[in-house]
Design a protein around this ligand. Structure first.
Ligand code: NAD
Length: 491
């Protein structure tokens, strides 16, 4: 069985650790590879940091216009390898082919935006801030940065950070999710083809021990984390206590409000895509759907009709619109939450449990599930389910819906479906969430914009992507200069 190697100092190296865990295909439980794990992986991180320090010393002095040349090449390599990359994503995460291709496209868009770093990292100058004195602000790289990523976007999330970090002159270390490390192996095969100093980018496998090594290493200056809220909180508090710059994106519980004046046919299709896309395992998946003034059940019935026609199965099969969830534990947890909701009084409109897919009987499949009349203070409404479950609740008006939206401890995304500009304006102004969708079901910011998140969905100041990323990976330096003209002096 293939034991995955780390990519350190420009070479593929075996981990110091002999301990491994299995990488498993969620559609059939096949073991795809073994990934290094355990306390000994800390030594791998030390090796990566040593190599990164040397590479950084060289790279920071390469002109930015030359540094971005590697990104142009990377964009081409990613485009040429979209299909094989997508296949790996589907094998290890269960996504459909379209979802896997879609996330690579989002990764490429971040590479494109980071190609603008020669302009994006420009500083400011004011001549004659006082007579004969000029002042300027420049941006310099931090040194070594690291990122820790979740299972649900094996390719895309690293690209919210990596292209910006290296374009601004930093070295970068990636610790991918141990559940889906194969996609990053392929991406590092592509990075290996770029003309960069050895050690500038490193891939270090592992779990909590590798993460703790990153949090503790004095030479790592910045950490980008994406994952669940409890881990994001831990990374932020420990990383900042150790003097590091940290951006930590956490979990979510995304409400979607649908008003009776919306285009119901279009809205319900978009909402279903949001709830069940990636089997509900998206940090921007709609989870609680709030129908407003739906006395004749027009919205609820339309949702039900749209959802029941969705097909669940092996992601690479073109006829499938939803794959499995990531692990058997995840499947058990989600099914347990559904049962708990029923026991607490929710009405089950569509039951996706006990789904068996021919040829994939061992897969972690749950078909689309809908629950209605879920109590607002219960787990189905208050916790992140991260599975293909829609909880339907009813409200009388937009004010009541907004009060509910704003009562959540999370603030990753909130969406409104309406035909009224006035309602849209009120919602985008008053909703307490960092990403707002108006007649949009997955309000994922494009690479030019920060991937915002509020409340328990984000810890830090600057987010990933775009100008925020440029700021995160640079420190400002202000220089005040006086140049007396000694030749014009009279002696
Ligand atoms: P996770 O928090 O379990 O794992 C994320 C990373 O943290 C992995 O690399 C893992 O090795 C590491 N890790 C796990 N437990 C740790 C611990 N105790 N100490 C230190 N490191 C630890 O998250 P996941 O299950 O892989 O991903 C799903 C979560 O990510 C969901 O909550 C989802 O909402 C969130 N997510 C958020 C965003 C966002 O932009 N806000 C985007 C994608 C995913």
């Amino acid at each position: 069985m293939n034991i995955l190697k780390n990519y350190i100092n420009g070479t593929w190296q075996h981990s110091t650790s002999k301990e491994t865990i299995d990488v498993v295909n969620p559609a059939n439980q096949d073991t795809l590879a073994k990934v290094p794990y355990g306390p000994e992986t800390k030594k791998d991180l030390d090796h990566a940091v040593s190599a990164a320090q040397n590479a950084y010393n060289e790279w920071r002095n390469v002109p930015v216009i030359k540094r971005v040349q590697v990104l142009y090449r990377l964009k081409s390599l990613l485009e040429e390898n979209m299909e094989p990359l997508a296949k790996i994503i589907t094998e290890e995460s269960g996504k459909t082919k379209a979802e896997s291709l879609g996330e690579i496209q989002r990764a490429i868009e971040n590479v494109e935006v980071a190609c603008g770093t020669p302009m994006l990292m420009a500083g400011d100058v004011i001549e004659d801030i006082a007579t004969g004195i000029d002042e300027m602000m420049i941006r310099q790289p931090l040194g070594i940065a690291a990122c820790i990523t979740p299972f649900n976007f094996p390719s895309m999330i690293v690209f919210w950070f990596l292209p910006y970090a290296i374009a601004t002159g930093n070295a970068f270390i990636v610790k991918p999710s141990e559940k889906v490390p194969l996609t990053m192996m392929k991406i590092f095969e592509l990075l290996d083809q770029l003309d960069m100093p050895k050690g500038l980018v490193s891939l270090v496998h592992g779990g909590k021990d590798s993460v703790d090594a990153i949090l503790e290493h004095p030479k790592i200056k910045a950490i980008s984390f994406v994952g669940s809220t409890p881990v994001a909180r831990y990374i932020y508090s420990k990383g900042t206590a150790n003097g590091k710059r940290v951006q930590a994106q956490g979990g979510a519980k995304n409400p979607v409000v649908i008003l009776p004046d919306s285009d119901i046919e279009m809205s319900t299709k978009i909402i279903a895509d949001s709830v069940y896309g990636c089997a509900g395992q998206r940090c921007l998946a709609a989870s609680t759907i709030i129908t407003v003034d739906d006395q004749k059940r027009e919205i609820k019935d339309a949702l039900y009709e749209t959802v029941k026609s969705r097909t669940t199965g092996y992601g690479w099969d073109d006829s499938v619109s939803m794959g499995p969830v990531i692990t058997p534990e995840s499947k058990n947890r989600i099914e347990g939450l559904i049962q708990k909701g029923i026991d607490e009084g929710a009405k089950l409109l569509l039951d996706g449990r006990k789904t068996s897919i021919s040829g994939y009987e061992n897969g972690n499949f749950i078909a689309p599930t809908i629950l209605e009349n879920v109590a607002l203070d219960k787990e189905l409404i208050t916790t992140e389910i991260f599975g293909p479950v829609m909880s339907l609740i009813s409200m009388k008006n937009i004010d009541e819906a907004l009060a509910f939206v704003n009562s959540s401890s999370y603030g990753n995304m909130a969406c409104l479906f309406t035909g009224s500009g006035a309602n849209a304006r009120k919602f985008r102004n008053e909703a307490d969430a960092g990403n707002i969708g108006i007649n949009i079901g997955v309000a994922a910011p494009m690479a030019q914009f920060p991937f915002s998140g509020w409340k328990d969905s984000f810890f830090g100041d600057l987010h990933g992507q775009g100008k925020h990323a440029i700021e995160f990976f640079t420190q400002t330096k202000v220089i005040i200069e006086r140049w007396p003209n000694i030749w014009s002096r009279k002696f």
